[in-house]
Design a protein around this ligand. Structure first.
Ligand code: MN
Length: 241
């Protein structure tokens, strides 16, 4: 039986549509998982709804998208913040917390890495260009095809991410104007861009809690990016609620 992976999706309130890039589901399928898209609607965001969802899935994939509202880390919206989506925040922050408590494997991508850090008590740069002062900021918003590697990422030795990717250096795509700033307790940074921006985080104590700032689902032809999905689905396959 293939493990069922819950995948968060976007809701566009202007046209009343749920949205998900198919490559997220494709990555899960290719890795041997069965995708279950979780819509950010009220029947899923109640305590009962979330508990029902969590009882049906063995892994949680937190996908890319808009900015998490900064109120969740005690800030007002910065002048350069992007679009925020209360529908997603209302579902994803508590379901992430509940999944962490349950020891369920969680994989975060882009918004997902920021969201898991915020859900656990960390915060984010609301806008790198105006708020990041620790060095010469490189470009993190590529004008190139989504599958195209764009900037270097250095990976920490001995990290789980390193074990999965099998390399200390990888070229990734990059589409983000935010990034993880202060880490939540229990999380550690395990990958950085050349400017020091955190590109991946993980938890040592959790069975599988990994977030990456880039978009591996857009680079599935790279076997190392597929390994991320495979390792996640493998962890989900051995998850016991
Ligand atoms: Mn980047």
């Amino acid at each position: 039986m293939r493990p069922i992976i819950g995948i968060t999706c976007d809701y566009d309130w202007q046209v009343d549509n749920f949205l998900l890039q198919s490559s997220y589901a494709e990555g899960i399928c290719r890795a041997g998982g069965l995708p279950l898209i979780i819509p950010p609607i009220s029947s899923c965001t109640t305590v009962e709804g979330m508990s029902d969802i969590l009882s049906k899935i063995q892994g949680l994939l937190l996908t890319g998208g808009q900015d998490v509202h900064p109120r969740y880390y005690g800030e007002e919206p910065h002048v350069a913040i992007g679009r925020v989506n209360p529908h997603r925040d209302d579902l994803e922050l508590p379901i992430c917390q509940a999944a962490v408590e349950a020891g369920m494997p969680i994989f975060g991508i882009c918004r997902g890495v920021q969201l898991m850090n915020i859900a656990l008590g960390g915060d984010a740069y609301q806008d790198l260009k105006t708020q990041y002062n620790d060095g010469d900021l490189i470009c993190h918003s590529q004008s190139a095809p989504k599958w195209a590697p764009y900037h270097h990422v250095s990976i920490k030795e001995e990290s789980r991410l390193h074990q999965i990717l099998g390399t200390y250096q990888i070229d990734t795509n990059s589409f983000h104007h935010q990034a993880v700033r202060n880490l939540a307790y229990g999380l550690e940074p395990v990958a950085w861009a050349a400017d020091g921006v955190i590109e991946a985080i993980e938890s040592e104590s959790h069975p599988f809690l990994i977030g990456v700032q880039w978009h591996p689902e857009r680079m599935l032809e790279d076997p190392r990016m597929m390994r991320l999905f495979e390792a996640f689905v493998e962890a989900a396959a051995s998850y016991k609620s």
